[in-house]
Design a protein around this ligand. Structure first.
Ligand code: PEP
Length: 269
C-alpha cells in the first residue's frame, strides 16, 4: 500500500505581516521549483501550510500561487455558522478555499482545554464541510515515563475518530507533547514503535481501508533529522512547527520528502 507523503508546516501564532509574505513566497517558489525538477507528483507528495486565520484570507487571494500547496486552519470550531462570536468553523474556512485543518493539536488540548469529545466534534465538523482533518495525538513526558504511551494515543485515536462514518479516514499526526517545540526529537525507534502500533489500531478501528491513512510524525522535525524519520515504514510525513517558519529550513524537510518518494535512500540525501 503506497500512501501519500505529506509535509505540513504549522505556523502556530506567527508570523507578522511582512515576514509572512516572504515566507509564503519562499515556500511556494521552492515547492514549485522542486516539482518542476522531479517526477514525484502531488498524489505522491503533498505540501501543506497551516497559517493563523488572518493569513487564510490573504492566501485565498493568491489563487494561482495557493494552488501549489494545500492549506488550511490550525483549528476549527465545534459550532456551525451563526451567533458564536469569536468562533471560526469549518464551513467558513472551506468557503474561503482552505482544504485542510488540524484538529486536537496538543497546544489546543493543554492550553485551551480542548478534550477528546470536543476533538471528535471538530473532526465531524471538518468532514461535514469537506475539509480534510489532521487528527493530532500524543502523550506527555509524564505519561511516557509511566509507560502509558500506547494507552493514551489509543484512547485519543479512538475518541477522535468516534464520530467518523464508514469510509471516512482522517489523516493522523503522532506528536509526542514532550518533543513539540523543545528541540528534543523522539528517536527513530520510539517513532517506529508508536507508528506501528497506531497503524494496527487504525485497522482495528476502521478496517483494512485504514492502511491508506497517512500517519505523520511531529515534534522538533528539522532538515537534519527529516530523512531518518521519513525513511521509517509507517511514517508518511511530518508536521513541522518551528522549522516551518523559515523557507529554507522547511524546504530542507520538503527535500527529504522528495528524496524518500523518488526512492533515494535517506542517507544519500
Ligand atoms: C507542532 O507545532 O506541531 C510541532 C511539531 O512543533 P515543532 O516542530 O516546533 O516541535
Amino acid at each position: 500500500m503506497i500512501r501519500p507523503t505529506i509535509i505540513a508546516g504549522n505556523w502556530k501564532h506567527n508570523p507578522k505581516r511582512s515576514a509572512g509574505e516572504s515566507l509564503w513566497r519562499g515556500v511556494i517558489g521552492g515547492v514549485e521549483d522542486r516539482r518542476n525538477h522531479s517526477d514525484v507528483d502531488r498524489q505522491q507528495l503533498e505540501v501543506l501550510i497551516f497559517p493563523p486565520l488572518p493569513w487564510l484570507g490573504w492566501i485565498a487571494g493568491c489563487a494561482e500561487e495557493a494552488a501549489a500547496v494545500g492549506w488550511g486552519a490550525q483549528c476549527v470550531s465545534e459550532c456551525t455558522t451563526g451567533a458564536f462570536t469569536g468562533e471560526v468553523g469549518a464551513e467558513l474556512v472551506r468557503d474561503f478555499g482552505a482544504q485542510w485543518c488540524l484538529v486536537g493539536h496538543s497546544e489546543r488540548r493543554t492550553l485551551f482545554g480542548v478534550d477528546d469529545n470536543s476533538v471528535a466534534r471538530r473532526v465531524r465538523q471538518a468532514l461535514d464541510h469537506e475539509l480534510k482533518p489532521v487528527l493530532c495525538i500524543g502523550e506527555t513526558l509524564e505519561q511516557r515515563e509511566s509507560g502509558e504511551t500506547r494507552q493514551i494515543v489509543s484512547e485519543q485515536l479512538e475518541k477522535g475518530l468516534s464520530l467518523c462514518e464508514e469510509g471516512e479516514f482522517p489523516v493522523v499526526a503522532y506528536e509526542p507533547v514532550w518533543a513539540i517545540g523543545t528541540g528534543v526529537t523522539a528517536t527513530v525507534e520510539q517513532v517506529a514503535e508508536v507508528h506501528g502500533f497506531l497503524r494496527n489500531r487504525l485497522c482495528e478501528l476502521q478496517g483494512e481501508g485504514a492502511q491508506a491513512t497517512p500517519i505523520l510524525y511531529g515534534g522538533s522535525v528539522k532538515a537534519e533529522n527529516a530523512a531518518d524519520l521519513l525513511g521509517l515504514d509507517d511514517v508518511d510525513g511530518a508536521l513541522v512547527g518551528g522549522a516551518s517558519l523559515e523557507a529554507e529550513s522547511f524546504l530542507g524537510i520538503v527535500d527529504a520528502g522528495f528524496a524518500c518518494r523518488s526512492g533515494r535512500k535517506p542517507e544519500t540525501f
